[in-house]
Design a protein around this ligand. Sequence first.
Ligand code: F6P
Length: 324
Amino acid sequence: MQRIAVMTTGGDAPGMNAAIRAVARTGISCGLEVLGVEKGYYGLLDNLFVELCSSSVGGIINKGGTILQTRRSKEFHLPENRHVAYGFLKQRKIDGLIVIGGDGSRKGAYQITKESGIPAVFIPGSIDNDVYGTDQTIGFDTAVNSGLEAIDRIRDTAASHERVFVVEVMGREHGFLALEIGFTGGAEIILAPEFKKDIKLSNICRAVDAGIRRGKNSMIIVMAEGVGLSSEMAQSIEHKTGMETRYTVLGYIQRGGRPSARSRRLGLMFGYEAVMRLQQMTRGQCGMVGIQGSEITFLHPRDTGRKEKKIDVHARALNAVFSI
Ligand code: F6P
């Protein structure tokens, strides 16, 4: 293996630059040439490659986003387009590929290997933390802390106005962000898609009434975007309970910001492991790096398959106890 390429795909996540830096400098220290693919799968289809040298990745460890940029690409779903991309990879003599992204990007990386033979290592990087096979993805910790900062601020005005606040967080169809932000932010109620069958307006309003009766003068409800619109939820709660209720959609502030130490560490360790694993691979092989407990792991596609990551129901149960 002489030349590898690294790319960031899907939604950007704080810590991706730490991973790019680790991939580039580990590759260079192993005597490899390292290229970056710009703009994710879109860039692969458009032959957007850039040489990465040690100085290319200087001064980025503390920067959110991704210096390679990313762009979602529907075109990549078409086999005829993917084969154009494989032609560019072959033309540039790319011997191995490292793809940093979310669950959808992992499928794309494995598909490249399956169809072109080029070995690929997937690095889980997404604020959603919805990738099976790793306890945590790059960016999740930073997004949680951004959410906590917002919750702490909202709590001030909620208490001053004796209001209920519904705070909507990202996470696509999952509630990992909502649960962690709600649990560590001391939210009274956490609404996640995984618990959708228990989510009834009557139950929520009963909990609000119970809190007010207990002497709470304000409450925080964290709602994952996959459950619905916080604006509608707030309106319904106010209508049913008579408590003034407002909503805030955190949105894209969860995607940006200086990566936390945890997000940087995951980026560095995943980037290093990915390059070391890739060099041991032969055509047709692929897999993903991850972390389980404190151990950096490497899983083959057969270890992950189409498995869904499970949400921590214990944290949800504990939160119900802590929020009385
Ligand atoms: O996958 C990360 C994520 O931020 C999700 O939480 C969110 O639903 C989605 O990306 C938004 O996608 P886009 O950046 O394309 O609007």
